[in-house]
Design a protein around this ligand. Sequence first.
Ligand SMILES: *Cc1c(COP(=O)(O)O)cnc(C)c1O
Length: 809
Amino acid sequence: MNKETFAAQFQEKLLTTFSKRPDEATNKEAFQAIALLVKKEVNSNWQKTKQVHLSNDEKQMYYFSMEFLLGRLLETNLLNHGWYDVCCETLHDYNFEPSEVFSEEADAGLGNGGLGRLAACFLDSLASLNLPGHGIGIRYKYGLFQQKMVNGYQVELPDYWLKDDYMWETKRSEKAIEVRFGGEVNPTYVDQKLTFDHVEFERVLAVPYDVPVVGYGTDNVNTLRLWSAESTTNPFHFNSVHGKDYYHYLDYKRSVEKISEFLYPDDSSYEGKLLRLKQQYFLVSAGVQSILNQFKKTEQPISELPEKISIQINDTHPTLVIPELMRLLMDEEGLGWDQAWDLTTKTVAYTNHTTLSEALEKWPEQMVKELLPRHYMIIEEINERFCQGIWFDHPELREQIADMAIISYGQIHMAHLAMVGSYSINGVAKLHTDILKERVMKPFHTLFPDRFNNKTNGITHRRWLLHANPELANLLNETIGKNWIHEPKELINLLKYVADPSVQAELARVKRKNKRHLASYINQHYGILVDEDSIFDVHIKRLHGYKRQLLNVFHILHLYHLCRENPSLNCTPRTFIFGAKAAPSYHFAKHVIKLITTVATKINNDPLIKDKLKVVFLENYNVSLAEKIIPAADVSEQISTASKEASGTGNMKLMMNGALTIGTQDGANVEIGAAVGADNIYTFGLSAEEVFEYQATNKYRARDYYNSDQRLRTVIDQLVNQSFTQDDVEFKDIYYSLLFNNDEYFVLRDFDSYVEAQQLIDQTYRDQASWLKKSATNIAHSGKFSSDHTIMEYANDIWKISQSHYSKS
Ligand SMILES: *Cc1c(COP(=O)(O)O)cnc(C)c1O
């Protein structure tokens, strides 16, 4: 596509859609016109891709996830399709500023954090690698809340991302599916065969909205299918359940619409809500039914199912696929238990994302029984057979049956169900998988050693480098050529140049430019002037105790104290940048946010500090904001309590953009450290083994660290001595959690080694040649964390799907 053709089509779209000339169109209209152009082009490839998959009879993979944190799609679609440059040139020609046009697109924030963003990166890699893999999710009317800061506090506003129509979706009413809730199941014999008659249930219509997933430099287009809940409009159905009362109908309609209304904002703790269970079953039932419908069109025997379909469940949220597939195979397809179980357990694979006990999903038996009576029967039977199997075939595990049971003490343990009912169980970083095998899921590993495997998370280098950091991408193209875009491991070729002064100078120039860009954003939105020569120290992720934003704040307060004590102190200027949302009901996390903003106000307005320290809290951290911050980062804060962060992916994005990691030996930090070498990462703190040791022996005394370390006493006392606010209860909860609840996350224990690592950063940064060499070394090793590699491992080891041969037409 050349510029003239693109410009002509752009003009025509504006005219036919809005009856406007380019000089009359608003940014939003320009955005919509371009999105329509792209969509039209993509549609024909999309259709072709489906045809190819069908006629080649290829095995398909479906990635079930309650979250897809997509962010914006226009720029990456343009880039993947090869239209990015012509589009920007055309916009310029018509006096549009492309970045303003692109930012008219609402972020699709259908996820909380890492887990949802992982699903989005995987879709990008699947499509770009010509793999037949698709996403199945929920079309929430409201995505993750918008965070607004008011007087330093987080306020949550609804994220009505659909207000302007979503340009990428296509509603497919003809593919709607009925999902049934509640009612009763009556086992009856029909022709001497036991059948299960489900009656008096509530009907919900699941309507799919399909979003095309465009691959980079290929005509392959996969599908993300998002389900929306609608009430059935068939009055016959309605009368049979609710009688004819119109007001009851309105209640019913409202209760149905709620199912796909909100994304749960609880990142890593379990919300015991009936509605959440409804959402999970809604996703699962609609998704599995539509897959089976598609499969049955091919007229293959049902026994071929595992040869043609793999279902990956992203954490335990979609675990009900196991009993749902069992139900459909038995009750609808007429299979017996054994064959249904054989097929199900060869089709479903499970990814574990957490070992935090508060995040392991459990549902009350009674709730499942009432909402999903037939599934409850099936889960009971699975549990019965599973426990008996251990008793008879694995006497060595008899003692542990109570710990392994799927149903115990009135609760259904979804992780247990997921492990028993799937053929693959994977962790998301080496350390995490080892912890699963040796600790958290040890008896299951004894029972099913072959099911366990590791798949370290990854990120798409197309969004997080090529798109987010075009200046760095250019530098790479000029230094090592463009092959890294198709084969990210080729970034390793940069190693030859890490000490090359001209490459270092260019790298410094690019980083400086990105920092200037972010600095001007900060000035525009917050009126804070930050020093572009200061270290940009970046801590961006959900706010959680285990992620230890508090440890970062303590270091800042410590530096602040040093600078005030000694105004001529020779410290390298730093800008501390935070971005984080707290779950609305997570009070501790909200106190930490308020602490950050309070400290920021204090330090930024202290004339004694001048430009030495600045603290900035950027509101509403989301994918688009991440794309602005990450290219400008010098330091990447990855300081979780060891053993708690399953993998992390923010660590990978920042490394790929040349930031140096200060991190604990946790999650994928361990693999990042192994790749770049100890000289190119700042590792500190307790190891996972040491954390487990403390937990087992109860030997940690937070108070001892407070009593013996004057620096900690100074910092912690400030929480309650009105240093920051007249209100002396504001930070009392934090104070108590440390000194009276014994500091669950070992903040005080790791403080000393954290400060030491930060001092090393302070010194190294002054030696720019040394710093830039480390930065370039990180970029060079970041290719192995591309989700392309992660996805190829899933494809080869778990899904057994193969790449189609496409060429760019
Ligand atoms: C990558 C990403 C995350 C995950 O960050 P971690 O540091 O791995 O917790 C969360 N939110 C957004 C918007 C992201 O882009």
